[in-house]
Write a protein that binds this ligand. Structure first.
Ligand code: DCP
Ligand code: GDP
Length: 226
């Protein structure tokens, strides 16, 4: 069996983590694990962690590390047969350290997108809250304005996506992410991509993953034939 591949994608709100993770899932067969989706599922199912997480999200606070790790790590431990890309976790150094204890990452992708671009994207971001599906009126519009393509239900915009809220969110992201980025840099697994367009970043990410996944698979094959 080929070696399993573990990747993390990081970046500020609106940097394209969800969009790029979906492309990676489709092109490379990795499972896209979104911490936002896990949270929404747990909130909908009224699990203990979900009920707790909801109290923070409603106040627009980040969910504490122990709640996030309690929620995420068991799910990752179940994924013993799948390669995955994790989006939205870890956000803090404590989460990154907990993840390091649970598994070894192959690649961390960090997206570095100019503030003006983030503002513009989030102004046009519409989501389907039940599924977490994300649209953008310019980049990937829904077939019918204001309506989810699959369920036909209405789309909403996040209060947090207003340009005025973004500057504070971004400052917070930078403070919290810096030690996480430094940790992955020190481990030599960090790959940073800077551009204004997902379509220009994508070929670089695709060729990085092509190299990494192929190299890993051929060394796993060599190991199994030796
Ligand atoms: N490690 C994490 C991941 C998420 N959340 C919270 C922040 C959001 O309020 C909510 C939903 O997460 P999403 O990643 O879906 O949120 P967004 O789509 O808004 O993410 P981003 O801010 O990166 O665009 O969960 C958290 O506290 N800690
Ligand atoms: N205009 C434009 N919008 C993009 C691009 N890439 C992603 N988006 C949109 O920007 C918004 C933020 O992307 P998303 O993947 O949700 O980012 P995340 O918050 O990091 O997960 C969404 O509405 C996307 O559809 C791009 O290259 N150009």
């Amino acid at each position: 069996m080929s070696k399993l591949f573990r990747a993390v994608i990081m970046g500020p709100p609106g940097s394209g983590k969800g969009t790029i993770s979906e492309r990676i899932a489709q092109s490379f067969g990795l499972q896209h694990l979104s911490s936002g989706d896990f949270l929404r599922e747990n909130i909908a199912a009224n699990t203990e962690a979900g009920v707790l997480a909801k109290t923070y999200i409603e106040k627009r606070l980040l969910v504490p590390d122990h709640v996030m790790t309690r929620l995420l790590l068991p799910r990752l431990e179940e994924m013993t047969r799948h390669s995955w890309i994790l989006d939205g976790f870890p956000r803090t150094l404590a989460q990154a350290e907990a993840l390091s204890r649970a598994c070894e990452l192959d690649v961390v992708i960090s997206l570095n997108i100019p503030l003006e671009t983030l503002k513009e994207r989030l102004r046009h971001r519409w989501i389907h809250p039940a599924s977490g599906r994300v649209y953008n009126l310019c980049f990937n519009p829904p077939r019918m304005q204001g309506v989810d393509d699959i369920s036909g239900e209405p789309l909403i915009q996040h209060e947090d996506d207003r340009p005025e809220a973004l500057v504070a969110r971004l400052r917070h992201y930078k403070d919290v992410a810096k030690p996480v980025i430094d940790l992955y840099k020190a481990k030599n697994i960090l790959h940073t991509f800077s551009d204004t367009d997902t379509d220009r970043i994508w070929p670089h990410i695709s060729s990085l993953l092509n190299t990494k996944i192929r190299t890993d698979q051929s060394s796993a094959q060599r190991a199994s034939t030796n």
